[in-house]
Design a protein around this ligand. Structure first.
Ligand SMILES: Cc1ncc(COP(=O)(O)O)c(C=O)c1O
Length: 479
């Protein structure tokens, strides 16, 4: 699109614009059919339409000033109360609605950095997070200048809690556990972490961005899960996303705290600004009313029964998926996932899992890649139950195809991923990714072609494919 078209001289009729808008979506992932295993938590057209109506009713409303839109403040209070109920919070539990999981994670780091500074004078803050913590925690570390100390994984890919105590020092401002962690779907040992956190009087945040609106319902359905919420002494705050398993519209998450004393350190107050006395509870200024309304509407519409039903269907899809993968020779489930997500890798050295991923892509599935160890990822929802068997059949075929032609490991995205995951020069990977990624942000620039770039969520560039090809050729020459 030319710069001229990007802002037409004369406005276009609404119909024409809407038609164009819809046509732009034609090349987007077809999440409606259950072929996408990340990014979107979709149920059906009816629920989507319901969310759209709720969103549209408050699309222009602004939660910036909670005194102005009393409706939005009410939605926020009730959403926080619902989250607190599910998390077994007490009468002191408090919290705010945020724009998503990342904002909730960033806020926890800011809160605990400021708490440690105010109460213990900590000037060079550190936080301890398992290696499997979501990338949002790495971002928070960079943004807020809180040094990351990585808790290693044990042989089962669980956060190795036996190493935790020795990593705590007087600079430690917080410890993190996840329920579940994004890469492999296991719940970190929160009870053991909580006991250590309490002993050292260090806050423990639980990242339940994925699990917050499904684990409680799985438990209600009779599934035995390790404890991860406020029932665990030592847990001081929890993030839980509505726009994932809460099946709300995009732009809604929560962060709750055990008490107001903690939450106060999240808040910002300016008393001397010429624009007036200003108070803000979270990162954003203007806060989107539509997202709050849709999140509140989803909670009201599903209720406990509805969410339990969604959780039951998700658990069934998860169980079928796990046993189907385990029954496929050459594949293994990574770690010990509790649901709703899982990851799998290759069980024998001759089978390249990224090449299997390429075959799955070719069959129309959209699956994320993992590294350390190499793997494929599936964020399973109720929507996947009807397609699990098709997925597993295609997966068996994909494995057979890759076994029959091992050169597939040196082609396509498999080569890129192999290189990115195994190249020891992480700085080279970082600088190539950064330059390609930044380049796609030129005004009017073409969208990043993720297919060509060969990386779903980390956005790696085609340049890396050339680098990968050279790397693979070099390895072959040496072999
Ligand atoms: C465990 C965990 N925390 C945080 C996030 C970040 O959430 P968002 O993408 O809504 O910012 C994710 C996203 O997948 C996640 O899996």
């Amino acid at each position: 699109m030319s710069a001229q078209d990007a802002l037409p001289e004369h406005g276009l009729p609404a119909d024409q614009v809407l038609q164009q808008l819809r046509s732009y979506g034609a090349a987007d992932p077809h999440y409606q059919s259950g072929r996408l295993w990340s990014l979107v938590y979709y149920l059906d057209a009816e629920h989507d339409g319901f969310l759209q109506q709720a969103y549209a009713s408050y699309a222009s409303a602004n939660g910036l000033n909670p005194g102005a839109f009393k409706s939005l403040k009410r939605f926020e209070s009730e959403i926080v109360a619902a989250a607190a109920r599910l998390q077994h919070g007490g009468p002191e539990t408090c919290g705010v609605v945020t724009s998503g999981g990342t904002e909730s994670c960033l806020l926890a780091v800011k809160t605990y950095r400021d708490l440690a500074r105010a109460t213990r004078g900590v000037r060079k803050p550190e936080m301890i997070v398992p290696t499997t913590a979501h990338v949002a925690w790495f971002k928070a570390s960079e943004y807020f200048g809180v040094k990351l100390r990585l808790l290693p994984l044990d042989a089962r890919l669980h956060a190795d809690v036996s190493k935790l105590e020795s990593m705590i020092n007087r600079r430690t401002v917080m410890i993190l556990g996840s329920a579940p962690e994004y890469p492999h779907g296991s719940i970190d040992p929160i009870e053991a972490m909580g006991a250590i956190a309490q002993r050292h009087q260090v806050p423990l945040h639980v990242d339940a961005c994925v699990g917050g609106f499904i684990l409680p319902f799985m438990e209600m359905n009779g599934i035995a899960l390790p404890r991860w919420d406020y029932r665990v002494p030592g847990v001081t705050s929890i993030s839980a996303d509505l726009h994932k398993y809460g099946f709300a519209a995009k732009g809604a998450s929560t962060i709750t705290y055990r008490n107001l004393h903690l939450l106060k350190h999240q808040m910002f107050v300016a008393t001397d600004w010429p624009g007036g006395v200003f108070a803000s509870p979270a990162l954003l200024g203007t806060r989107p009313g539509g997202a709050y309304a849709a999140a509140w509407a989803a909670l009201q519409h599903f209720g406990v029964d509805g969410y339990r039903d969604l959780a039951a269907r998700t658990s069934e899809a998860f169980d079928r998926m796990r046993s189907g993968i385990e029954a496929t020779p050459g594949l293994r489930v990574l770690g010990e996932p509790t649901g709703p997500l899982l990851a799998y890798g290759s069980a024998d050295a001759d089978l390249n899992i990224f090449a299997v991923g390429d075959q799955m892509d070719a069959k129309g599935w959209l699956v994320n890649r993992l590294q350390f160890p190499d793997g494929l990822h599936a964020m399973i929802t109720a929507q996947h139950l009807p397609v699990v068997d098709d997925y597993l059949r295609d997966l068996r075929e994909a494995v057979a195809t890759v076994r029959a032609d091992p050169t597939l490991a040196q082609k396509g995205r498999a080569a890129t991923y192999g290189m990115m995951a195994h190249l020891p020069l992480r700085g080279v990977v970082r600088s190539k990714v950064l330059s390609m990624f930044a380049d796609s942000y030129r005004a009017g620039g073409a969208p990043l072609d993720l297919e060509a770039a060969g990386h779903d969520e980390g956005h790696a560039p085609p340049l890396l494919e050339r680098l990968a090809a050279r790397y693979v050729a070099w390895k072959q020459r040496r072999a």
